[in-house]
Design a protein around this ligand. Structure first.
Ligand code: MCN
Ligand code: CUM
Length: 808
């Protein structure tokens, strides 16, 4: 048999790894053919919605539902009293705490769910909500976590013992009735000693404000209990459908095989859709009660005010160094505002996520981190928003500490980073706070970044600008924002990481069809990341069938293998590894089939792009397509028919992507208006599966970073009112504010991942926020700024300029 097309063409035909394959999802999304939760319409479907608390802290003395029940179209109103006999008025949170499903005697944050009105449609439900009469008795409100730890006001009365003592929480002893946990990492005394004896110590306190992921599609679900066969089907915006199935089974008592959870298309998640919400529980109960399917879909205000927030970390740091700038120690304390219930979505052993990667990309010999979690009258949630489990906070902290140290040392901040980077030959690198970084080459990335932007030239220009400003020739100052980040993604290892006891492996199951096409199902779920495109590319390269012939399916627990879902940029590191491993199992069987067909020994054939060839005789081969057909249609001695494989992958370590970002910004000191002149982002996520998708992830993450750094926040007044509960007040950047991003890369494969890939989804956000913030702060450095908190909106920048005397 003679092969007519070249090997290069055969590789190209696969559209495998490294190819900027167009997104297969876009055909349906661009034509309005997506299938989101709110597109699901079932016969007789009802709609449920919440009566929500206007108060941030109040006793609920009475709920009168009688008028609501008379509203045309209203069928039922659920309150905590109705759920209590089922034990469903409270639910477990992902962080080992518990949370009210519906107000049980009191409310603890504005917008808290008080009653669930079930009606024939959304409009009747709204009328019903208006007719529910709730009597509140206001209680003192605490929105400040420092005040909370001193206050006599008990927020969580359910967590105080009868004798008045404070029982321990899920993460150990609690110091005060409003305290949740203390968590620490590293060596306290040695770190304090290094700092006490250091020649140079820089200190800073910073607040990483509360914000919100704000996905385009809000959270929602449809619950349908089939009373005939006892099966519950739950469609929803779930980032972890299998975990939701297990949790629903555990709290409802419905056997797990009788529950089918389906995540259809999801319109952005960003972590907002990891946790469990009252709406899910109430919809399931309402469906059981009414015997009809029940839909619940949040509106924008519900989403911004009540579902998983992000950040809200008050961080204080001390960094010690030699006069030459060699860092010798780092100390960090965090006061973490978790709101009314601890509903953070972290692996169980990490109540402050991976905040203990706060030594960043630097070889810091001694470090100590302590985090205090605190209750306040704010919405629960936490950890969401492209964060990799608090890595955003950790990287912001260290990248600000580096800048503050550079000021103290009167040194260039790029050079200070360079002399402290972990060196290439130090990997795998064991950090002072416990992590083992798998691979990295920071100096190469940094040098490439600085050379590309002409860093020296930029600094010269900035110096001239400062001189011009001081001479009264311009009112615009210039900032050069630098950041270098290391991420930690791919949770992972089951021995270290679980959520509610569920080990964090992931999975892929592949079925090759006789004609040489395939379906693969994974335990993850795309929310916009393009898994259907990229996972097919991994398989194309591994099994030699074109990506276009491989369907990727996720999100249906009746068909997909068990997995822990998509967040923490874990899909590529974990499910991507499972995909490669399952592909290799397919290939191993294909090799035996090929050898039999070619009448040679198994070891005498080798894989080449899309076929097995006889070693040394390239003209003798069987294509994967031929092998697939033979697997089903020829009786092969000693082999079962069929070509299928499944892999459950427990990664040996997480992956540590990194990147170097530079932002050049002009600031008008009289208006506070910022103009981003240039943004350069170099990302290293190891082996790159789809460069175009990576670039899309980087653009998206950077834009969200711009949002957070330059204006976005969930702000509360002293009464606990959410001041930014609509998109009029909550800043979402548009094409108007977004600069032209320049993306770049280096490739440092992960040594333990089967294809060397690291995650990338959260990197641009993690590295982007400090970069934008550093640009603002750097512009004011020549005028005496040391640290100013985000968000740097125009008004606050004007205030910065004013405080530094630049207006007079
Ligand atoms: N990829 C690649 N090569 C690599 C690494 C990743 O081609 N070396 C591709 C992947 O195959 C995948 C995408 O990039 O198609 C993102 O992969 P990964 O970094 O593994 O992240 P996940 O798929 O696990 O996505 C989660 C991550 C998180 S945690 C948040 S938050 C976030 C993010 O993805 N939410 C998003 N990006 C988002 N993008 C969109 N459009 N919508 C969201 O909700
Ligand atoms: Cu932390 S946001 Mo993402 O992990 O879904």
């Amino acid at each position: 048999m003679k092969d007519e097309i070249s090997r290069d063409d055969r590789v190209a035909n696969l559209k495998g790894m490294g190819c900027s394959r167009k997104r297969v999802e876009d055909a349906r999304f661009t034509q309005g053919k997506g299938n989101y939760v709110d597109d699901i319409k079932l016969d007789g479907m009802l709609f449920g919605d919440f009566v929500r608390s206007p108060y941030a802290h109040a006793r609920v003395t009475n709920i009168d539902t009688s008028a609501a029940l008379k509203v045309p179209g209203v069928l039922a109103v659920l309150t905590a009293a109705d759920l209590a006999p089922l034990g469903l008025h409270w639910m477990p949170t992902l962080a080992g705490d518990k949370q009210m499903v519906l107000a049980d005697g009191k409310v603890l944050f504005q917008g808290q769910e008080v009653a669930f009105v079930v009606a024939v449609d959304r409009y009747a439900a709204a009328d019903g909500i208006d007719a529910v009469v709730v009597d509140y008795e206001e209680l003192p409100v605490i929105v400040d976590p420092f005040e909370s730890q001193q206050s006599d006001v008990v927020l969580r009365e359910d967590l105080v013992a009868l004798d008045g003592s404070i029982p321990p929480g899920a993460h150990g002893p609690r110091k005060h009735h409003n305290h949740i946990f203390t968590w620490s990492a590293g060596d306290k005394d040695p770190t304090l000693e290094v700092i006490a004896n250091a020649e140079v110590v820089a200190e800073a306190s910073m607040y990483y404000h509360r914000t919100h992921p704000c996905p385009l599609e809000t959270c929602g679900c449809v619950a349908s209990m089939d009373k005939v066969n006892g099966k519950l089907t739950l469609w929803g915006t779930f980032q972890a459908p299998h975990a939701i199935r297990t949790v629903v089974s555990l709290i409802s008592g419905i056997e797990e095989h009788n529950i089918r959870v389906i995540s259809p298309d999801i319109g952005g998640g960003f972590g907002n859709k990891v946790g469990a919400y009252s709406g899910y529980v109430c919809s399931v109960v309402a469906s059981i009660v009414t015997g009809k399917p029940v839909k619940w879909i949040e509106d924008r205000m519900d989403n911004l005010m009540t579902t998983a927030f992000a950040r809200d970390y008050h961080m204080t740091g001390k960094i010690a160094a030699t006069p030459e700038g060699r860092i010798t120690g780092l100390w960090c304390h965090v006061t973490a505002d978790h709101g009314a219930f601890d509903a953070c979505a972290d692996p169980s052993k990490f109540p402050a996520g991976f905040m203990n990667i706060c030594t960043g990309s630097y070889d810091i010999p001694t470090a100590f981190l302590e985090v205090d979690g605190v209750y306040t009258n704010k919405a629960p949630g936490g950890v969401s928003y492209r964060c990799s489990f608090r890595v955003t906070e950790a990287v912001y902290f260290i990248e600000r500490m580096i800048e503050v140290l550079a000021i103290k040392l009167n040194m260039d901040a790029a050079e200070l980073r360079r002399i402290n980077f972990i060196r290439k030959e130090q990997f795998p690198y064991k950090a002072a706070l416990g992590w083992e970084y798998d691979s990295g080459d920071y100096h190469t990335a940094w040098d490439k970044a600085l050379a590309t932007v002409d860093y020296a030239g930029l600094r010269a220009e900035q110096a001239q600008r400062v001189a011009d400003f001081k001479a009264g020739k311009t009112r615009k100052i210039m900032g050069i924002g630098l950041s270098f980040f290391t991420e930690i993604v791919g949770a992972g290892p089951v021995k270290n990481c679980d959520i509610l006891g569920l080990g964090m492996f992931d999975s892929c199951e592949i079925r090759i069809h006789p004609t040489g096409s395939a379906i693969a199902r994974l335990g993850t779920i795309s929310q916009g990341q393009g898994h259907a495109t990229t996972f097919a590319q991994i398989l194309a390269s591994e099994i030699g069938l074109p990506a276009d012939s491989i369907t990727i399916e996720e999100g249906d627990t009746d068909t997909a293998p068990y997995g822990l879902g998509t967040y923490g940029s874990r899909s590529t590191p974990v499910a991507g590894a499972a995909t490669a491993m399952a592909g290799r199992k397919i290939r191993a069987k294909a090799q035996m089939i090929a050898a039999w067909l070619l009448e040679v020994h198994d070891n005498d054939v080798e894989f080449d792009v899309d076929r097995f060839v006889v070693k040394g005789s390239p003209e003798r081969f069987k294509t994967m397509k031929e092998i697939a057909f033979a697997a089903y249609n020829q009786a092969i001695p000693g082999l079962e028919p069929g070509l299928e494989a499944v892999s459950y992958y427990d990664p040996p370590n997480m992956t540590y992507p990194f990147g170097a970002y530079v932002c050049v910004m002009d600031i008008d000191v009289d208006t506070g208006v910022t103009e981003i002149r240039r943004f350069y982002a170099l990302d290293d996520c190891g082996t790159r599966i789809n460069p175009m998708i990576i670039e899309g992830q980087v653009h998206g993450g950077l834009t969200e970073a711009l949002a957070v750094a330059l204006g976005q926040e969930i702000a509360y007044d002293k009464m606990g009112n959410v001041k930014t509960g609509t998109l009029m007040d909550f800043f979402l950047p548009t094409a108007w504010e977004v600069p032209n991003y320049e993306t770049d890369f280096t490739v440092t494969p992960s040594p333990h991942h089967p294809i060397g890939a690291k995650g990338v989804g959260e990197s641009p956000h993690v590295g982007g926020v400090p970069c934008f913030s550093n640009a603002v702060q750097d512009a004011f450095r020549p005028f005496g700024n040391i640290h100013t908190n985000m968000p740097h909106d125009h008004w606050r920048i004007w205030q910065m300029a004013n405080k530094l005397g630049l207006h007079g």
